[in-house]
Design a protein around this ligand. Structure first.
Ligand code: C2E
Ligand code: CA
Ligand code: CA
Ligand code: CA
Length: 295
């Protein structure tokens, strides 16, 4: 049902056409065989329900409250154990399977966010962030599908944030920005993920229908020590001031220590995510955390 036959046909056509060249590097061959095996088992994995989602809390720096979570997909492979997204998302993108997989992640995460709402005792809504790959962004049904998923689950659009990477939006023309703008008009938040790793033209930020910049981990590493790296401090200060001028919130990734969190809070960052607060985990875990910080 989730996996439409058209998607499988496209996947097969691509799988048959790719990887035709022989080479002599045995390690590369092993990698290619592994890749090939994983690529071949991807569509079945979706049908068999081998994917699952871990959630990592998003913490408001001003008061330490959990106000949402990012959905991160994993593959529980029957032979290889749990695989991280870096091991299969690129394969899913190459074969087009990312579209049905991404749709599944969205459905699952939105359903979960709806459930958190019911469980919540003080009525604070927990929002959910979902990653969008460039293929999904280019797909003509993005807006329709997203609206449908939200409606079916009964979740208001403002409880969903879609994360789009900077590189996916490089040179983005109107055709790419239009669906994002439609979603933003409906109330869905759009975050620019991995900000600072691509080459965004800063003036382009104004054209994009964004509500949040997610600052890449590389910028926050220099704040693990005390005193923090003075250049990194200046850079983050500059980005926060630019973002706030444009009415964008700043989320920082990869916060691993309390010192880092404190630096970033003082620098005016709005939200933090990282191992210091919690590793990605099962959805129940988030519920416990958010209740704990409310007391
Ligand atoms: P991302 O969107 O930048 O996600 C953040 C990554 O940083 C996650 O890796 C997370 O586990 C990791 N992380 C979080 N806190 C810390 C920390 O304090 N220190 C360090 N060193 N790492 C931290 P993960 O789960 O392996 O995901 C990797 C990437 O895979 C994600 O990067 C995202 O680009 C992609 N991805 C994950 N789920 C999906 C999905 O459903 N769809 C798509 N298209 N991409 C996904
Ligand atoms: Ca992300
Ligand atoms: Ca990121
Ligand atoms: Ca990243």
């Amino acid at each position: 049902e989730v996996l439409r036959s058209a998607d499988i046909t496209m996947y097969r056509a691509k799988a048959a056409g790719g990887n035709r060249y022989e080479h002599a590097d045995p390690e590369a061959d092993t990698r290619a065989i592994t890749r090939h095996g994983l690529t071949n088992s991807l569509p079945r994995a979706l049908q068999r329900g081998e994917f699952f989602i871990e959630y990592q809390p998003l913490v408001r720096l001003s008061d330490g409250q959990v106000n949402g979570a990012e959905a991160l997909v994993r593959w529980s492979h029957p032979m290889r154990g749990v695989l991280g997204p870096d091991q299969f998302i690129p394969l899913a993108e190459n074969t087009g399977l990312i579209v049905p997989l991404g749709r599944w992640v969205l459905e699952e995460a939105v359903r979960q966010a709806r459930e958190w709402k019911f469980q919540h005792i003080d009525g604070r809504p927990l929002r959910v962030n979902v990653n969008l790959s460039p293929c999904q962004l280019h797909h003509p049904n993005l807006v329709r599908d997203t609206v449908e998923v939200l409606k079916e689950a009964g979740l208001e659009p403002s409880s969903l944030c879609l994360e789009v990477t900077e590189s996916a939006l490089i040179g983005a023309d109107e055709s790419l920005l239009k669906p994002l703008r439609e979603l933003a008009d409906l109330g869905v938040d759009i975050a620019l993920d991995d900000f600072g790793t691509g080459y965004s033209n800063l003036s382009n930020l104004r054209r994009m229908p964004l509500s949040t910049l997610k600052l890449d981990r590389s910028f926050t590493r220099g704040m693990q020590r005390d005193p923090a790296d003075p250049v990194d401090i200046k850079i983050v200060e500059g980005i926060v001031s630019l973002a706030h001028t444009l009415d964008l919130a700043v989320t920082v990734e990869g916060v691993e220590t309390g010192i880092q969190a404190e630096h970033l809070r003082i620098l005016g960052c709005d939200t933090a995510q990282g191992w210091y607060y919690a590793r990605p985990g099962p959805p129940e875990h988030l519920h416990t955390l958010s209740l704990a910080d409310a007391t």
